[in-house]
Design a protein around this ligand. Structure first.
Ligand code: NAP
Length: 528
């Protein structure tokens, strides 16, 4: 299921192993999340050279990246190139959304029903349905009453939407909002940003790759990929993650003098404010860094009230680090207003705009950049009935987002999930993580078929132990602090059980464990 980054490689890998495979894709084309998130400014926060498949030297040599960090149209084009290059489309059914799937224990097979009215029977199903593929629509009173245009970043119209001269409101200041806001500000007549939580965001230059540099990079692919493979986050070059990792080896802010602290922001601005070794583990140190961050923001943003409102109140590190191009400078523009929802939340959306507790903002366009039901959203929306007729949604509602190894859920035999809760996924370069998953899943299915096994299923004990282990890894960090609310722990979705959903010991350690499990006969799984 799915023809995004994961599904395309899974299809190719299974084909290579000589296994009969068909991909079902809800959209009209390949790309998954990178197809739908076409909003202005959409861009990856990892370098293109690393945010790309490593499994084929032909592909990496034939494809030319034009920028250090790829923008959405280029990633979409890249995935189309891969689909054509590997002739994948002939085994993909587009415009076909899986709505339900049921496991039949006697036949040891899944029957999948689709919105096209078809049924498919498969011995094994791989869910490549994405970790950030289900948009979270906020539940704000009056949303349907708005007479202007309501746009969602996660399903942006392919032909775009004219914003020139319009009064535009953006709700949401996560990675998406922070990317979108400077671009919209340049086009709109007036932009109002509705901010509930301020973001920690670090300035980043994205530049073109000229042909000489690209040739050099391509020649260095063996070393680049080798370094990536050994790197905990699967990205050894500069990325949003490397900022966090660099921080860990810096001196503590708690023992830094005021002069040291000021020097840090004199030299590196907001980046310097956060570059301390203790802030990931010590909430007090984290708050000191946030205060220093506020001082650095105030040096950029001219209006003192706006600058103060832009200082986050959650710990740095608990949300994904954001990188931006000119975010804070955008608030110095005459046509940009920040509506700080901490001072007065949104009361309702009216036919003519947004009413907060403080005032009404007249708008022509409202853009929702309000995030995703991450990790479990896609499979929770499919009626996935396992061995006992229990759905995955029921399991996750009752037990929280759980799985064994981030690959399988007990009670759901022969269903493999690319990047389930408890996988490195969101805490790493997603592409490096998914390649490992896809290869392990492919090899495992090959092993099952060759050995004449009909089913493979995670045990409840192994699942429990795995989640206890993944949870224990984040316990000593600010990620476990009660003020740390993010999509990583489900806090952004009302009613979702709170649990940090990624495995944080890094891809190499994760790969070692998965390989060891495969080599020793798959302990923690029952092969029947
Ligand atoms: P997000 O980080 O969950 O941010 C959603 C934003 O919407 C938050 O500021 C949230 O506020 C706000 N929000 C949600 N409901 C609201 C409501 N009812 N009223 C007011 N504000 C509301 O989602 P995202 O920005 O789409 O990013 C999700 C992830 O996608 C990222 O962390 C990243 O992994 C990935 N991504 C990556 C890139 C990139 O590579 N550069 C770009 C975009 C996305 P609260 O924080 O208060 O809930």
């Amino acid at each position: 299921m799915g023809a995004g980054f994961s599904g395309l490689y899974m299809l190719h890998r299974l084909r290579e192993l000589g296994i009969s495979v068909l991909a079902l894709e809800a959209a009209e084309g390949v790309g998954g999340t990178w197809l739908f998130n076409r909003y202005p400014g959409a861009r990856c926060d990892i370098e293109s050279i690393e945010y790309s498949y490593s499994f084929s030297d032909e592909i990496q040599q034939e494809w030319d990246w034009s920028e250090t960090m790829p923008a959405q149209p280029e990633i979409e084009a890249y995935l189309n190139f891969v689909a054509d290059r590997l002739d994948l489309r002939r085994d993909i059914r587009f415009n076909t959304r899986v709505t339900a799937m049921t496991f039949d224990a006697d036949d040891a097979a899944w029957t999948l029903s689709t919105d096209t009215g078809e049924r498919f029977v498969a011995s094994f199903v791989v869910a490549a349905t994405g970790i950030l593929s289900v948009p979270l629509e906020p539940d704000i009173p009056g949303m349907d009453s708005f007479d202007g245009a309501s746009l969602y970043t996660s399903c942006w119209p392919e032909s775009g939407h004219p914003l020139a001269g319009k009064r535009v409101g953006v709700i949401g200041t996560g990675s998406t909002g922070v990317q979108l806001i400077p671009v919209v500000a340049r086009e709109a007549g007036h932009l109002t940003v509705f901010q509930r939580s301020a973001a920690f965001t670090l300035p980043w230059d994205v530049r073109s790759l000229d042909s000489a540099e690209l040739a050099e990079l391509k020649a260095a692919y063996p070393e680049i990929r080798a370094a990536q493979r050994e790197h905990p986050v699967g990205a050894a070059r500069l990325s949003a993650f490397s900022l966090l990792l660099d921080m860990l080896v810096q001196p503590p802010i708690k023992s830094a003098s005021r002069e040291d602290q000021l020097r840090a922001i004199d030299e590196r601005g907001v980046m310097g404010a956060l570059n301390w070794g203790d802030i990931f583990f010590d909430i007090e140190a984290n708050r000191m860094a946030a205060a220093l961050y506020g001082e650095a923001v105030a040096r950029i943003v001219k209006d003192p009230d706006t600058a103060a409102a832009l200082v986050p109140s959650h710990p740095f590190g608990c949300k994904r680090p954001i990188i931006d191009q000119g975010y804070y400078e955008t608030y110095n523009r005459d046509n940009v207003t920040l509506a700080d929802l901490r001072r007065g939340p949104i009361r309702e959306i009216t036919p003519t705009g947004i009413a907060t507790e403080q005032r009404h903002h007249d708008l022509d366009v409202i853009i929702y950049a309000t995030g995703f039901d991450a990790m479990i959203g896609a499979l929770s929306r499919i009626d996935v009935k396992g061995r006992d007729g229990r759905t995955l949604r029921e399991v996750w509602d009752a037990e929280g987002p759980t799985s064994y190894l981030g690959l399988q859920v007990a009670g759901f035999p022969n269903l493999f999930i690319v990047q389930a809760p408890g996988s490195p996924s969101a805490a790493t370069n997603f592409i490096a993580a998914l390649e490992q998953h896809v290869e392990w899943i492919g090899d495992t299915i090959g092993h099952l078929l060759a050995g004449g096994y009909r089913t493979m299923e995670a045990t409840l004990d192994a699942q429990r132990e795995w989640i206890e282990h993944t949870t224990s890894l984040v316990e000593p960090t600010v990620l476990a602090h009660p003020s740390c609310n993010s999509w990583y722990n489900g806090a952004n979705v009302p009613g979702k059980k709170r649990r940090y959903m990624a495995y944080t010991a890094g891809i190499p350690e994760y790969r070692r464990r998965c390989d060891e499990i495969a080599a020793s006969g798959y302990p923690g799984f029952v092969l029947a």
